[in-house]
Structure formats: C-alpha cells, structure tokens
Design a protein around this ligand. Structure first.
Ligand code: LMR
Length: 394
C-alpha cells in the first residue's frame, strides 16, 4: 500500500522549533515559532486561565459529548468579543473548532462544498500553512499584492486594485489584525476602502483572526472584521484562542459564518456541521470552557484583559527597543519599521543566507523568510541582537 508514497515536505516553522531545542548554546535566541514568551523566556499559563481551570475542575459534572458545534456559551461569548453588535446575529452561526487552523480547515472545506475548486486569494506573503489547508480542501490558491519590501509597509494601492477586479466566485483570505508573517497592517481608513471594495465586487471575505488583542487592543484589532462584516452579505471568520488566551496546546478556535439571511444561515451552518461530523465528529471542551468561564465572569475577564494588555505592551516595548538599539549603533533608520509594525511578527526582509548565518554564527533563530517573533527578543540582550543583525547585514 504505502510504497506509493514519497516523503511529505516538513513544516518550516515547526522544524525550526526542533532545531532550536537541539542547539546546545546557552546564548541562543528563539525568534521562531509564534508563541508568546515573558521576560524570563517562558510561555506561562495566564493567571485568569489557571483560575478558570480551578473552577472547572471543581464544578465539572460530566464528560458527555458537547455536540457538533461545541460549547454554546463559548460560541456566544466569542461572537460578543469578535463582532459585538456589528451585524444581526440571526445571520451568524458559530462552531467551535480545534484552534485557528482547525477553524480555517472547516471553513475552507465549506467553501469547497459551495464552489468546488474556487479560487482563494491570499496575501503575498502569508502564513505558510494557509496554502496547504486551502489546497487540501480542493481550492485554488492565488496571491494578491500585500507587503512592500522597500517600505516594509502594505502595498495598499496594488492590493486594492487586485481586490477591485475580483467577482462573486472569489474568496479572499485577509488577516484581521497582526499580519503573519509581515507585521504590516491596514489602517482603519484602508479597512474602510477594503470593505467598500467587497461590497462592490461581491467577492467573499474570509478573515483569519488569530491574534485579536496582540496589535493595538481588543477593540482596535476588531475594527477591520466588524467593518467588513457590516458591509457585505456573506463572510467567514476563523478565530483562534491560542495566542490571546495562551491556550496553544488546547487547540481552541471557532469557525464563524455570516450568511445573507436567517434561512441561508441555517443551510450553510448545516453544511458546516456536516463537515465537522464527517471529520473529527465533535470538538473537545477544555479550552472552550476556559474561555467561556473567563469571558462570562467580570473579574476573570478583567484579569485576562489586564494580562493581555501587558503582553501587548511588552511586545510594543521590545519593538521600540530593538529599533532604537539598531538606530543608535548604525545611525540609520533602516530597521525603524520594526517599531511601526504590530502583532507578534516582523518580516525583516533579509535574504535566506543572512538568516542561516545568524543561526549558525550567533544562535539567533528566525523563520527562513526572515520573520521574527518579537516576543522572543530577550530584553537584556537587545544590544547583542542589534549588533549581530547589523554585522550580518553589512
Ligand atoms: C506561527 O505562525 O508561528 C504560529 O501560528 C504557529 C504555527 O502553527 O505555525
């Protein structure tokens, strides 16, 4: 049977995690996988999460099945968090799914049921796992212009010109905030223009919302999603609780559908539930119950928001400090873009040889396309990092 197979390509982000773990140098720096780390370099369990888990353990009465759509309280709390009152909830359906990736997978399968082989447009560049998930679902992947390698900002005019030419059979994957891998994001005015473009063309917006709260704030980061959903008849959103609740290994996310009316929402939802039932049947509860417990409880929610704000503030401070350290040492503004970017990542725009050199010579690990995870920057070694980056790019 299996002699027909050849080796599948590895995942470059997860492979780098393994390489870093195997590196014996105590001075190594991990700017690779998108996992938040505190000042001690630890991905700690958030305190609100720990308290929610204690409550769950004390009060849980059953482990019976949840149902295909998952934890209902989680679903409504996530809709309140993501959409607030941006759209009429009668047109909205939500299903809990295993992480942001599982949510993307469910929704892409759903798109392929509606339009087999449809084209999904992804930003150039995008998270490297977007393409395989879409291709596995049977979709055709094309790219729209996004990152300007000169300015390290968004090539907005080119992006909009491409979106403006699309039609109702096209699907467009957008990063709701905190673009991965570039760190370059749309302004609110640009989101307004994107929303108007979708309203004109009828293309389907599909938002990947994996970093809500990591950019400028929970409300600020939801602007694009809310604006876009308010402007169009149909949309999809893949939400992740991996980063903002630090629940990576619990695999907790949600697939959200906006349909044109209530009747159509029921039909599309039935197909989504059928996708889920015929794959993993039903989701696990733990991560969802943690998020529900936090979001429904005033005190836990306030504690979670304070922790999230502190994480975001730390990432912004690290961005500013690294830009400043490079500016002081080089007398140039070449890396100032790191401070202007938002979210967990910045794409430095270095060639792969430089990335490899930094790893071999300095034990500095970043993704091969030169994406850094700013939360991995050790605050007490920013000077070393700045010097190594400057030496490697001279
Ligand atoms: C990343 O981009 O590093 C994260 O989303 C982790 C992953 O699964 O790739």
């Amino acid at each position: 049977m299996f002699e027909t197979l050849s080796k599948a390509p590895g995942d470059k982000i997860l492979a780098l995690m393994g390489e870093y773990a195997a590196d014996p140098r105590p001075t190594k720096i991990d700017l690779g996988v998108g996992v938040y780390k505190d000042e001690k370099g630890v991905t700690a369990v958030m305190s609100a999460v720990r308290k929610a888990e204690e409550r769950i353990l004390a009060n849980e009465k059953t482990k019976t099945y949840l149902g295909i759509a998952g934890n209902k309280g989680f679903g409504s709390a996530v809709l309140d968090l993501v959409l607030a009152d941006a759209v009429d909830r009668k047109r909205v359906r939500i299903a809990q799914a295993p992480g942001g990736t599982g949510s993307l997978w469910v929704l892409m399968q759903l798109v392929n049921r509606a339009r087999p082989g449809a084209t999904i447009w992804v930003s150039d560049p995008t998270w490297p796992n977007h393409m395989p998930i879409a291709e596995n679902a049977g979709l055709t992947v094309k790219t729209y212009p996004y990152f300007d390698t000169e300015t390290r900002g968004v090539k907005f005019a080119d992006m909009l010109a491409t979106l403006d030419k699309l039609g109702k059979d096209d699907v467009v994957l957008l990063h709701g905030c905190c673009h991965n891998p570039t760190g370059a994001n749309l302004t609110n005015e640009q989101w307004d223009q994107v929303a108007a473009s979708f309203a004109r063309t009828g293309a389907l917006p599909f938002i990947d919302l994996a970093y809500l709260g990591f950019g400028d704030g929970l409300l600020e980061d939801a602007y694009g999603t809310r604006k876009l959903l308010a402007a169009v008849p149909e949309a999809l959103v893949a939400f992740s609780g991996s980063k903002n609740f630090g629940l990576y290994r619990e695999r907790i996310g949600a697939a959200i559908i906006l349909a044109r009316d209530e009747a159509s929402a029921d039909i599309v939802n039935s197909q989504m539930l059928n996708v889920i039932r015929s794959s993993y049947s039903q989701p696990p509860d733990h991560g969802a119950e943690i998020i529900r417990t936090i979001l429904e409880d005033k005190e836990l929610r306030a504690e979670w928001e304070a922790e999230l704000n502190a994480m975001r503030g730390r990432m912004i401070r690290l961005r500013e400090k690294l830009s400043e350290a490079i500016r002081q040492r080089s007398n140039s503004k070449d890396f100032d873009f790191i401070a202007a970017h938002r979210g967990m990542f910045s794409l430095l725009g270095l060639p792969n040889e430089t990335v490899e050199h930094l790893k071999a010579a300095n034990g500095i690990y970043m993704i091969g396309d030169s994406r850094i995870n700013v939360a991995g920057i050790p605050e007490d070694r920013i000077g070393d990092l700045a010097e190594a980056m400057l030496a490697a790019t001279k």
